[in-house]
Ligand binder design. Sequence first.
Ligand code: FES
Length: 179
Amino acid sequence: MEHDSQIPEMGHVEATRRRFLKWLIAVLAAVNALIAGIPFLRSLLGPSVAAQKNEWSKVAAVDLLPQDSPVDMRFMAESGEAYLHNTVLRSVWVIKHSPEKISVFSPVCTHLGCYYQWNGQADRFECPCHASVFAPDGKVISGPAPRPLDTLESKIENGYLLVKWENFKAGVPTKIPVA
Ligand code: FES
């Protein structure tokens, strides 16, 4: 008799387990649909919202930058879009002319996007890919680069250099931002 009275209870447990599994499958399907729909939402939002411009990044204490000597500064920057926040390592070339006047160049060669280097002995920037050469002020000295080095927006706040990272189209004579 004791055995018979347990049968309805086991049926109840089984029904509850099935309801829970159905609920779980529905939730997973909803999450999946949401993830799959992100690119569509992005297209609805349009580039102005979806590809938000990066924010200011703190690069260096101005006091610690050498005078009139280009330095390759690395910093962590927010990257990307309104709904996805990544932090990526960036680098920029920084030249402090005075505590109030600092030039900041994108490290990307304007020819086809290689990373160029500073040659301190020759006092110039050189790109290893196709031999473009740039003066310390960014002007093209020789090579196929179609425009000077790209400057980045910068400002000094509370003794720190802040930079706004941007990408520019390579291989064209004018500086055109790209998302
Ligand atoms: S990418 Fe720099 S010279 Fe071609």
